[in-house]
Write a protein that binds this ligand. Sequence first.
Ligand code: NAD
Length: 431
Amino acid sequence: MRLTVIGTGYLGATHAACMAELGHEVLGVDVDPDKVAALQAGRVPFHEPGLPELIARHTASGRLRFTTDYAEAGAFGDVHFVCVGTPQLKGSEGADLTYVDSAFAAVAEHAAPGALVVGKSTVPVGTAGRLAQAHGGVEVAWNPEFLREGFAVEDTLRPDRLVFGVRSERAETILREVYASVLAAGTPLVAADFPTAELVKTAANAFLATKISFINAMAELCEAAGGDVGVLAEAIGHDDRIGRKFLRAGVGFGGGCLPKDIRAFAHRADELGVSLAFLREVDAINMRRRDKVVELARELCGGSVLGARVAVLGAAFKPDSDDIRDSPALNVAARLRLDGADVTVYDPEAMDNARKAFPLLGYALSAEEALGGADLVLHLTEWPQFREIDPERARSLVSRPRIVDGRGVLDADRWTAAGWQFRALGRPAPV
Ligand code: NAD
């Protein structure tokens, strides 16, 4: 089939490459000419494992192309996927739908009459219906996306499920055809009306955020009562109904999705007269974990970080990504810098993005360089290579061996045995 993918960021570039991998002819469309030029040259302008290979292979074969021209896209596609951003509105919890609205308007203007325009962006419930009403010349469907950055290719080619929000058998049939090989592999399909399909995505994100904040609230309680949240999480996670995933206490979630999605969800629920106030508490618990790391940093530095050299390991909001949107690591780093600390950040992939967004922080070219002369080390993004750091060797590099493990994965006994003052969230300080 001939597909267009409108918006070629994390979601759209992955979707476009994976659709080409499934055998379709794909044209990616973006308003950012630099992004289009990079992708057309076979380069991915962000870090996503496995994606560069797919983009290179399919741009070389000609099955995947990129353009800024909506007229070309309209003439090309049988099906148009809209993957543009839906960030948080400034000064509001709600989602900014400007990009989705303008992408739908542009594609509807140029597409063949009756063409299927499929939203993949995460939107407040009611958006698909509104767009269908506004653009009667095309057919609208919603196919929310659940991919995780770091696993985006795998999640697109082998998703846990597909969700189609459709108003006609024709739309469902066309989407089944697009995803024929994914469905043939046994992927469950949920076909639903527009509101349900939109809600599946926001409900899934709300649930995941709630699970993380639940264990982080237990961490707060462990800190107050002297318990160990790591042991608690393991013990409750043995219950299948609870499960162990997403139960690691730490500095909390960030990124371009969970934080803004739960805010937009609570906001939209208010508009509909339904209270999802608990999501505001989920958000507040999450943000308090960042405060806690700042507080521990001050405590370990004797009450103030003024003048202290702080090494921050991690800048991306999660490992295997260079995405720094709403990154807990950079939020903590920037706050310590404001408190007068001399902060040096190292991240295996997110350095360029971090430098652009936080030019006043210091940056090192390696973890070792960041540790050099540090009075305090903060481990804030769960890159596997940070887990490999040898505490003995690290001790020889720093000025004072003090570390906060904001991700709850370092071996407290090993670090303590190597002479480090070790603190983790929700766990008693080792004696
Ligand atoms: P992004 O910012 O990386 O990409 C958005 C792209 O859309 C940018 O390249 C931008 O230039 C382009 N764009 C904006 N307006 C446009 C227009 N009118 N026409 C064409 N292109 C336009 O964002 P993202 O992370 O890819 O997220 C996109 C959507 O997917 C959001 O709704 C997000 O919530 C959702 N989503 C993201 C993920 C993820 O892990 N990143 C996962 C699931 C769902």
